[in-house]
Design a protein around this ligand. Structure first.
Ligand code: ATP
Length: 238
């Protein structure tokens, strides 16, 4: 069996006195695409922020590559191959497309490799190449999503965390984003995907977890969850 890349045990996260994540356990193995689904406010984004060092833990532990990463900051984690595309994109609005992509590579010194990877991103997203000198803040929501994914790829991640990549996008862009997620996964990047679009996310996933009110309430293979009557009733509008 493949190596466990990420192991979350008994994770608790609180905002002031309010517990948003109440003790969750899950793991992601090397080469897997794991989807975390659940309704608004279930605690999915909070879980992602705790993994990437953007929120402190109120309890439990997070192991990456077999070692606890509790207390490590986002910059250290990116250097170790753990990158996140946040909800709402988080591109640098006053920088150009190319400058944003270069920011993604800030931990790297291999100039030739960086240029080759920028070229790769431009091949995946021709729109970014057309606008490479445009300020990111003047791009559409869909274009900013492409840029955020491209920027994360520039860090050459081992584990890529995607928080609601399809949010707010037109149907055509949603198709494009899921296509890219599948391609990146096919290239061997391990992915943890948080999505409201449960049917798309589970269809792609090796395994999935369902989160409700700060707890994991169901887990299983992607297809298995997709066929589960409780999942279909709660998340697929049936
Ligand atoms: P969504 O799909 O709507 O993004 P989610 O599953 O990602 O939902 P979270 O954003 O993790 O949910 O929110 C979990 C809970 O924590 C919610 O009740 C939310 O109101 C609360 N919460 C999130 N961020 C904060 C904050 N900065 N301060 C206080 N409470 C917060």
């Amino acid at each position: 069996m493949a190596q466990v890349l990420l192991k979350v045990s008994g994770l608790k996260v609180a905002y002031g006195g309010i517990q948003a994540v109440k003790g969750v356990d899950f793991e992601v193995r090397e080469g897997e695409l794991v989807s975390l689904i659940g309704s608004n406010g279930a605690g999915k984004t909070t879980t992602m922020k705790a993994i990437t060092g953007n929120l402190p833990l109120a309890g439990g532990d997070i192991e990456y590559l077999g070692k606890s990463i509790k207390g490590q900051g986002p910059w250290d984690l990116v250097r170790q191959g753990l990158a996140m595309v946040p909800e709402g994109r988080g591109v640098f609005t006053r920088m150009t497309i190319t400058e944003n992509l270069l920011m993604g590579a800030y931990t790297r010194r291999d100039k030739a490799g960086i240029n080759a990877d920028i070229e790769k991103v431009f091949t995946i997203f021709p729109r970014l190449r057309e606008r490479k000198d445009q300020l990111a803040g003047t791009m559409s929501g869909g274009e900013q999503q492409m840029l955020a994914m491209g920027r994360a790829l520039l860090s050459r991640p081992k584990l890529l965390l995607l928080d609601e990549p399809s949010m707010g996008l037109s149907p055509i862009m949603v198709d494009k984003v899921f296509e890219v997620v599948r391609d990146v996964y096919a290239q061997g990047v391990t992915i943890l995907l948080v999505e409201q679009n449960a049917s798309r996310a589970l269809a792609l996933a090796d395994r999935g977890y369902v989160m409700e009110s700060g707890l994991i309430t169901m887990q299983g293979g992607g297809q298995e969850l997709l066929a589960n009557p409780r999942v279909r009733a709660a998340y697929l509008g049936e």
